[in-house]
Each structure stands twice: as C-alpha cells, then as structure tokens.
Design a protein around this ligand. Structure first.
Ligand code: ZN
Ligand code: ZN
Length: 257
C-alpha cells in the first residue's frame, strides 16, 4: 500500500490510500481543484480513485466532496446521519451509505468504519486494509475510546490527530467556550493524548505515523513532533517514521512495505 496526506488541519482534510489497482480518499475537505492539483504533484490521478469516504460532516472534511464526486463520477460513502447533517446533495447514483462496524470492500481494499467521540452527527474513523497492511485514519477525536485502542493495535500506519498543545491552547486567545470545546471529550486530541495513545497501545507493527490535524493557533508542527517523539522513544520496541501532515501542501507518498 501507499499513502499520503493531501491536506490536514482545520482548513481541510484529505487522505489518500492506494494499492496496485485501486485508491480511495478519506475526506475531501479542500476544494476539488486543490485535491486534484495536490494529487497531481505526487503523480496521482482521480482515475484510480474508487470512492471518497467521509468521516463526518464538518466543513473541513466535506468542502470539496460534491464537486469532486460530480466532476469525476466518484462514489461517495458516508453514514445516513452524516448525510442528513451535510446539508448539500450528492447525486443518488454516487451516494452510498455505510454503517459503523460494517466492513466495505473496494476491489482489494477493505474499509472498516468505526465510531469515534466528536461533536458531529455520527463521526467515524477508518481502518483501511490491503496487501496485509492496516492503516488507521483517526482525526477529530475527543477521547481515546475502546475503538481507537482496538484499531491502533493492528495498525501498520496511522494518520493520528495531534491537534493542540495544552499550554498554547490555555494561554492562547481563543474564547473560553472554544477552549472547552476543543479540549472536551467531543473535541480534539492534544499532542500529549496522541503521544500517550501510541505509547500505550501501538503494537510493534506500527512503522509510519502522520501527525495530523495540527492546529495553526494552538500548536506548531515542531511541538507536535517533539512531544510525540518524547513519548514514543519510551517504547524501545518501536521506531516508527513520523511525518507531519500539513495544511498547506501534500505530504510525500509513503510506501508501506
Ligand atoms: Zn470535526
Ligand atoms: Zn476536522
């Protein structure tokens, strides 16, 4: 499998996963034009993409999905509740509903959606499997729930939210209600929470980590990177490559084998 972050953060999320024959996107939170451009920068084309899987209805995860779907006739997958809250329309013939806990097959890619804690209608993370590799896409999580723990154990690679630094959030200029929302069990994961999840629950399988959904105002990529490494170095049995998923540009395309 090969994977890349196309965009990550509060102004848009999109993650690319492929095997030899097929590809999928998780979320389409920047414009369709930008998604296609950033994929092209990696030599990737929409002609291989068989589906876009939507984690939840927040704008930074759905912004480009209607245009992308229409323009490239690519099927969209989301839960019925997410669609009801989405507020726009996806063409009937391209719209597919999934249920959390029920596996889907796209060629030889298996997509397992599972529920997460976040302030959306029916928010899901995904474990995407192919060629004996498991990739967990886990952003916008308020809490390390049993689903997060269960799936990180099997992951060879993760897109893991590392949204905010506790100090920067508390001392920053966000209004109190927003600080509470971000750090609540229905908000986002801090650098510390992300590090602890990997430290306590990752298995020796874990080889690649994309620190994702990094806040522009309450975090820095360097701080997220340093905090994560400080936790993970306590695991002598683990030495994952750690990447920073950017809001401004695509990552490199990482081959998992
Ligand atoms: Zn969200
Ligand atoms: Zn988000």
């Amino acid at each position: 499998m090969k994977i890349a972050s196309i965009a990550s953060g509060s102004n848009g999320n999109c993650y690319y996963l492929e095997n030899d024959n097929d590809a999928i996107l998780v979320d389409a939170g920047i414009s369709a034009r930008q998604i296609v451009q950033r994929m092209a920068n990696l030599g990737l084309s929409m002609s291989k993409v068989r589906g876009v899987f939507i984690s939840h209805e927040h704008t930074d995860h759905v912004r480009g999905v209607d245009v992308l779907s229409r323009k490239y006739s690519v099927p969209v997958f989301m839960t019925q509740k997410t669609y009801s809250s989405y507020g726009k329309t996806i063409k009937d013939s391209l719209l597919n509903f999934f249920s959390p806990g029920k596996q889907m097959k796209i060629g030889k890619i298996h997509v397992n959606p599972f529920l997460k804690f976040h302030d959306a209608a029916e928010p899901c993370s995904f474990l995407v499997s192919s060629e004996r590799m498991n990739v967990a896409v886990m952003t916008d999580i308020g809490l390390k729930c049993s689903n997060v723990i269960a799936h990180i154990k099997n992951a060879d690679a993760i897109f893991l939210e590392s949204n905010y630094d506790d100090d920067m959030l508390q001392k920053g200029h966000y209004p109190p209600y927003l600080k509470v929302r971000i750090s609540s069990d229905l908000g986002h994961l801090s650098n510390t929470q992300a590090g602890l999840i990997a430290l306590e629950h990752a298995s020796v399988r874990l080889k690649h980590v994309f620190l994702s959904h990094i806040s522009e105002n309450n975090n820095t990529p360097e701080l997220a990177f340093r905090t994560f490494n400080n936790f993970i170095k306590q695991r002598k049995d683990l030495k994952p490559k750690v990447f920073l998923a950017s809001r401004y540009k695509e990552s490199i395309l990482v081959s998992l084998d």
